[in-house]
Ligand binder design. Sequence first.
Ligand SMILES: O=C(O)CCC(=O)C(=O)O
Ligand SMILES: [Fe+2]
Length: 367
Amino acid sequence: MCGRAPVGHALWAADPVCAKMAASHHESDVFEFVVKKGFGVKGLADSGITSVPPRYIHPPDERIDRKKTIDASPFLGSPIDLSGLEGEKKDETIAAICEAASKLGFFQVVNHGVSLQVMERAKQDAHTFFNLSPEKKAVYLKGKTPCPNVFYSTSFGRRPRKNSFSWFIDLLTGIYGCRDAAHDYLKAASKMIQGILGALLRGLGVEYDESLLSCYMEAKAVNMNFYPPCPNPELTVGVGRHSDLAALTILLQDDIGGLFVKVEDGGWIEIPPVEGAIVVNVGDTLEILSNGRYKSAEHRVIASSTRARVSVPIFVSPRPHTMIGPLLGLAEKDGKTVYRHLLFGEYMTNYFGAAHQGKKTLVFARL
Ligand SMILES: O=C(O)CCC(=O)C(=O)O
Ligand SMILES: [Fe+2]
């Protein structure tokens, strides 16, 4: 049967059910194979398809055309040296972080305290996991996983096209080896996360209770994203345009590139891979906390036609019961209140629900 056979081209020929699915462009067959049986988008890629099934073809205005990408340099500065947060350059470094968060909402950091080895291991383990046989991965499918905080899922929709393997920090039971790499990465990144979020809150120039900083970064989730080689990357998207829910996203990308961010005039720039650098972006939650000063930018990802791309984001968020809204005193300082106060859980429900369809997710929290 499909679910027990090894991934690979031969599989299709060997198994009549799979062969039918491979040949079929029927949505229900593709859904059964990719989602239900847990083959994922990788299973499709491995089957040797020469064009993406119709379900993965996006409308022309949603496709990513590399040729239309604009020059990043007016928007994206050089990576910020985080060693400056300790010592004489502290104010200068805080100012650079705050400027980048206000201007583009994306920046890169170096000297962040996470070793190259830890970063490489996290990316490598994403490859290791996604290269497991479908039946091994299927054990972790959402709804089946023995540990609800660790699950494997694959997207199937008009918009996103990615396999996503999620690790949540409150996972304590070891059920798969790459848990260690994800945890090591998260542990190594914790000081950096606190430094960046602390700098951003401080840069708002209002007094705030230090305990709030811990509240806003209390829940951290590590995802492992896998983008298999795609026969027609220009017709589809790896991840469709979105802004992140979290306060901050700390993203490891590999050397392939393909992460695009929307800039104010409507163009898209690419965040180039820089060896040793980590990408940081503002999420909706921080845009709300900062009364709109920091920008939760729309971004999207294109797959490569030749190589499997991986990325490992850490989403830094409050817990659902935490109230979010512009920091006390900020609205007076800014002379306007852009966002209302609401529970993070309420915002999260809206973010993952259909309520915002066709609108930006942040509209829900706008006054
Ligand atoms: O893969 C990437 O570079 C970014 C992925 C992303 O935007 C996300 O997981 O939210
Ligand atoms: Fe994202």
